[in-house]
Design a protein around this ligand. Structure first.
Ligand code: GDP
Ligand code: IMO
Ligand code: MG
Length: 429
């Protein structure tokens, strides 16, 4: 086995960063393939917290090669800030250890501005984006009016593209969004410098990855966001603007699907969502508040409180299908200690009748209510457990129930934010 994709199986923030960091010691490459600085991946090592937005979560291990694939949208300022912070910690000393695809699109200041102005205009109907310019950047990519890394690092090309694009963006910002126009020369000054700083990292990552796969190197693909936020398979329009499911790893980095060996989904032992949109198992009560408090459920990028609810196995079954999951990692099992009973959604009903498949359409979802199965909880603190046999029987039953329902193995259980807080059940590499 040489390549594995890690994806969020819910609405993001499942703990992907922690899990990627955990498996990095045995990986040769760690690859981000979609999303941008909307992601916030938290790593806690010896009590020290690091939040990564753009750089792959393997970056704290100096020997691994980190890659930002063509499917990622890169805010060059956010990227340079992150690199500089890590360099202060003596990481990313060798530019050969971080590769950025020349085809990755660049998040420009007008993307952020358009994102924020549009959300403000939408009022209550807003998507609840992170305001990082992600949607408008992907729009430009598909409209063929985007700027790519290859252009950012070449001032002449950057100027030529911006002279065409900016007047149109400014018109849109002023006339449609009542915003302030941006100054061409100011952008070129700032972005040409950023381009020069990032140039040493820009190289053909698809060719590097093909060579790595041919040499049977271990490649770990790190998803951002989660399945229910996928632009096609999520709860559209309450989604992000990229392909968050496993197939995005191929198009977002330039490797073929025959190269992929394992796909592991990451799920919390319960469920959270940041931003607007349907959330069938949401708990707008004391139990939801307890999950939020015990789980420290505040966004790693925006600090917004995360909405909380019970584990949704019907939703996870859908995630298993659209990602082709071969394994499931369950995080935050420690947060469930102290609940007398735990509910898990094992189906949805509409007009009093169970439905066959998870409906990703928000109107359909609003018309559905979850069908719950109640399972006994446990009182014990499990955060120091490192062997599955040391978990309380009711916690083991909870895990077994999930495995049996989904028909895929749980490959690892996480019981705390720290790197060491886990119960490994299957080796990845
Ligand atoms: P990501 O976006 O999927 O990488 O997840 P985030 O970093 O946004 O959110 C996950 C949060 O849960 C972070 O604060 C992690 O430190 C924390 N975390 C991860 N795994 C566990 C766990 O097993 N137990 C607890 N209590 N916290 C965890
Ligand atoms: P990680 O990788 C959770 C959500 C936003 C919003 C929607 C669209 O840390 O799991 P966007 O800014 O992408 O246009 O916002 O997607 N969202 C996330 N939610 N975790 C994330 O990333 C997210 N990235 C975006 O809250 O609902
Ligand atoms: Mg996150």
């Amino acid at each position: 086995m040489t390549t594995a994709i890690i994806v969020g199986a819910q609405w993001g923030d499942e703990g992907k960063g922690k899990i990627v960091d955990l498996f990095t010691p045995n990986a040769d490459y760690v690859v981000r393939f979609q999303g941008g600085a909307n992601a916030g991946h938290t790593l806690v090592i010896n009590g020290e917290k690091t939040v990564l937005h753009l750089l792959p979560s393997g970056v704290l291990h100096p020997n691994v090669h980190c890659i930002i694939g063509n499917g990622v949208v890169i805010d060059p300022k956010a990227c340079m800030d992150e690199i500089t912070e890590l360099q202060k910690r003596h990481l990313i000393q060798d530019p050969e250890k971080l590769s950025i695809s020349p085809n990755a699109h660049v998040v420009m200041p007008y993307h952020r501005q358009i994102d924020q102005l549009r959300e403000a205009q939408l009022g209550d109907a807003k998507i609840g984006t992170t305001g990082r310019g992600i949607g408008p950047c992907y729009e430009d990519k598909v409209a063929r009016t985007g700027i790519r890394m290859a252009e950012l690092i070449d001032e002449k090309r950057l100027r030529k593209r911006l002279e065409k694009i900016l007047p149109i963006k400014n018109k849109y910002i002023e006339r449609m969004l009542d915003g302030e126009p941006l100054d061409l020369e100011a952008i070129i000054r700032e972005y040409a410098i950023l381009g020069r700083s990032l140039a040493p990292y820009v190289r053909d990552v698809s060719a590097d990855l093909a060579r790595a796969c041919a040499q049977k190197k271990h490649v770990l693909f790190e998803g951002a966001q989660g399945t229910a936020l996928d632009v096609d398979h999520g709860t559209y329009p309450y989604v992000t603007s990229s392909t968050t499911v496993a197939s995005g790893a191929c198009s977002g980095s330039g490797v073929g699907p025959t190269m992929v060996d394992e796909v592991w989904g990451i799920s919390k032992a319960y469920c959270t969502r940041v931003g607007s949109g349907p959330f069938p198992t949401e708990l707008n009560n004391g139990t939801g508040e307890m999950l939020q408090k015990k789980g420290g459920e505040f966004g790693a990028t925006t600090g917004r409180p995360r909405r909380c609810g019970w584990l949704d196995l019907f939703g996870l079954q859908y995630a298993a299908r659209v990602n082709g999951l071969t394994g499931l990692v369950m995080t935050k099992l420690d947060v469930l200690s102290g609940f007398k009973t735990l509910s898990v959604a094992t189906g949805y009903q509409k007009d009093g009748k169970p439905i066959a498949n998870f409906p990703n359409d928000p109107t359909e979802l609003d018309a559905c209510t979850p069908i719950y199965t109640e399972l006994p909880g446990w009182e014990e603190d499990v955060s120091l457990v490192r062997d599955i046999n040391d978990l309380p029987q009711t916690a083991r039953n909870y895990l077994k129930f999930v495995e049996d329902y989904l028909g895929i193995p749980i490959t690892l259980v996480s019981v705390g934010p720290g790197r060491e807080a886990c119960i490994p059940l299957k080796k990845l590499f």
